[in-house]
Write a protein that binds this ligand. Structure first.
Ligand code: FES
Ligand code: FES
Length: 163
């Protein structure tokens, strides 16, 4: 199939790629850009492991065409930490055992960072609702919720100290 040139903005960098029109965003990220943090966990849009943010909104990269994402800002798990330091939610995941095999973790983090950007003090119900499209087979979820609450507390404390 004939390839077309597209420009993708990923993690604040621009890339020019030659892709088939049918190429999925997940495959462009993983195969063309070697950004393998986003995972493919299913074939039917049901696991959330491939979640990235497109213009700040969590989206399933396994169901989007790469070519449809031109002129949009894509953020992957590789773009969450800043300058080599872990984001608060990533640190909390480590501290609280929020990840076991870790396969689902990038997708969860992309969904959670969007939630916290929109709603810095989410209730338990808000968190469960936001994460309803992300599945984990290992943790039983409770450590994950603990990690998210710890990250919220750390952010709140950091904000209070900065005042
Ligand atoms: S890989 Fe499962 S929803 Fe995208
Ligand atoms: S930590 Fe293994 S699937 Fe979630």
């Amino acid at each position: 199939m004939k390839k077309e040139l597209i420009e993708l903005r990923v993690n604040s960098r621009s890339y020019e790629l030659a892709v088939e029109p049918s190429k999925l965003l997940l495959d462009a990220l993983r195969q063309d850009l070697q950004l393998t943090g986003s995972k493919r966990g299913c074939d039917d849009s049901s696991c959330g492991a491939c979640t990235v943010q497109v213009d700040g909104v969590p989206m399933l990269s396994c169901t989007m065409l790469a070519a449809s994402c031109e002129r949009q800002e894509i953020t992957t798990i590789e773009g969450v930490s800043g300058h080599g330091s872990l984001a608060a939610i990533q640190k909390a995941y480590g501290d609280w055992g929020g990840a076991q095999c870790g396969f689902c973790t990038p997708g969860f983090i992309m969904t959670v960072t969007h939630l916290l950007a929109e709603n810095p003090r989410p209730t338990e119900e808000d968190i469960r609702g936001a994460l309803s499209g992300n599945l984990c087979r290992c943790t039983g979820y409770s450590q994950m919720y603990q990690a998210i609450k710890a990250a919220i507390e750390a952010e709140q404390k950091g904000m209070a100290e900065a005042r």
